[in-house]
Design a binder for this molecule. Structure first.
Ligand SMILES: [Fe+2]
Length: 436
């Protein structure tokens, strides 16, 4: 196993079989095309803010990843369609070479969208050829890297959706990514928020080695938790509107200092994509502008807003260990991207079973945990070691996945992370309290 392979895949599982990996590869690559299908050609190139990348860039960058970390190592005579693509489509891998400036990705009109799809085909042909013909040693060296590349592509599929949402939201014509006026459930289905109590004790946190995991989920370790309670469901738009109407955005004492600065600097008065029209809150969705549905989970709030809401509500946000301990016995069910809703759904009133609802899918749940290394974590060597470890500063952990996340991508141990003022992902709120 190469150093780069060890970098991200810390468990000792055998890689998937060639056939399984090839099928998974083809399905995931194809799903990127499915997500891009509703777009017009002009949509592919726009970058609406530095955090957002154009769809064309995502499609090319994920191909560059396979080209750089698999094909260039696997096939000695591999030739990229254009050697300059490495400069254009490397994201942040310093050890992989010089790269183009992130905020300027929207200025790149060439390669064209058609050429970008040709690039994808070129890489796919190489990958499938390698998967079919590799010798055993080459396969052992690179199968795990291919698996990482597949998960990497799924991460970028989520970004394709959240980035194009931001792009389209900037257009006064309020274009629809997809017409889904009837998604969601009927109104007034909110279940009363209950508190689900958990006993304290010692819990195993982190990946145990069963299936794929990123390096930042390792090593599995023990954590002592005091008794705690989690809110039985996500916070709804109606509940968040109460916070707004009660002056939540005008009450500095419930905000973190940096959060209050963000409110003042950015003029925040509501979640991203909300605007008031004729006294009524509307929100931009991937199906255009519509009235805010009271029973849907609130989304596109920053950590600062989630934290202020929790303080206003007399509670707090969960730690990531509390979230993971609470999720340990749950099925991984929820509103994921495969459901093609592209929006969080209100809770089904008939939903029964486990008292904890909406833990997976719908919206990423902000935790009060800073994104940092687990005890015993070592930054892996090589360029692929830059994937997660170097971001362990000034970001907060989110758990559970969203309506833009693939079900096959998310895990109970999965640690997403974003800066505290980020709002353009599907980010929402679950409350927690200290137990007795
Ligand atoms: Fe990437």
């Amino acid at each position: 196993m190469s150093a780069d392979t060890k970098a991200l895949k810390k468990n000792n599982n055998e890689p998937l079989s060639r056939e399984s990996l090839a099928e998974l590869y083809k399905a995931v690559r194809e799903f990127s095309h499915t997500l891009a299908e509703p777009l017009e050609i002009e949509d592919y190139v726009v970058q609406s803010m530095p955090d957002v990348s154009p769809t064309k860039w995502h499609l090319a960058h994920t191909s560059w990843f396979f080209e750089t970390f698999v094909l260039s190592k696997a096939l000695p005579d591999y030739k990229p369609p254009n050697p300059q693509y490495a400069y254009l489509f490397n994201s942040y891998y310093v050890l992989a070479g010089e790269r183009h400036l992130r905020p300027k990705r929207g200025l790149i009109s060439r390669p064209t969208v058609e050429e970008t799809y040709s690039y994808r085909n070129h890489v796919d042909e190489g990958l499938l050829q390698f998967m079919e013909n590799a010798g055993d040693k080459e396969w052992r060296d690179l199968a795990s890297v291919i698996e990482i590349g597949i998960h990497h592509e799924q991460q970028h599929q989520e970004l394709i959706l959240t980035d194009i949402k931001h792009v389209l939201s900037e257009n006064p014509l309020h274009p629809e990514y997809i017409n889904k006026k009837k998604n969601g459930r009927t109104a007034n289905t909110t279940q009363e928020l209950r508190w689900v109590a958990f006993e304290g004790g010692i819990f195993n946190i982190g990946h145990q080695g069963d299936g794929f995991g990123y390096d930042n989920e390792y090593p599995n370790h023990k954590v002592y938790l005091n008794p705690f309670k989690l809110g039985s469901r996500l916070i709804t738009n109606a509940e968040y509107m109460e916070f707004i109407e009660d002056g939540g955005y005008e009450t500095p004492e419930i905000w973190l200092s940096e959060g209050w600065s963000s409110v003042e600097t950015n003029g925040w008065i509501a979640p991203l994509y909300w605007q008031k029209q004729n006294g009524q809150w509307t929100e931009f969705t991937l199906s255009g502008l519509r009235k805010v549905a009271p029973d849907e989970p609130v989304t596109h709030v920053s950590y600062f807003e989630a934290n202020a809401y929790a303080r206003w509500a007399g509670s707090r946000l969960p730690t990531e260990s509390e979230w993971e301990a609470a999720a340990s016995n749950l099925e991984k069910d929820g509103n994921f991207v495969e459901n093609l809703n592209f929006h969080p759904l209100s809770l089904d009133k008939s939903s029964n079973g486990n008292p904890l609802k909406q833990m997976f899918g719908d919206v990423w749940e902000w935790t009060q945990s800073s994104y940092s290394a687990y005890p015993g974590y070592k930054t892996p060597p090589g360029a692929l070691g830059e994937y997660n470890g170097k971001f362990m500063c000034n970001q907060m952990v989110l758990r559970g996945g969203s309506c833009a996340t693939s079900k096959s991508h998310i895990r109970k141990t999965y640690r997403n992370f974003f800066p505290a003022d980020a709002r353009w992902q599907f980010m929402g709120i679950r409350l927690a309290k200290d137990g007795e």
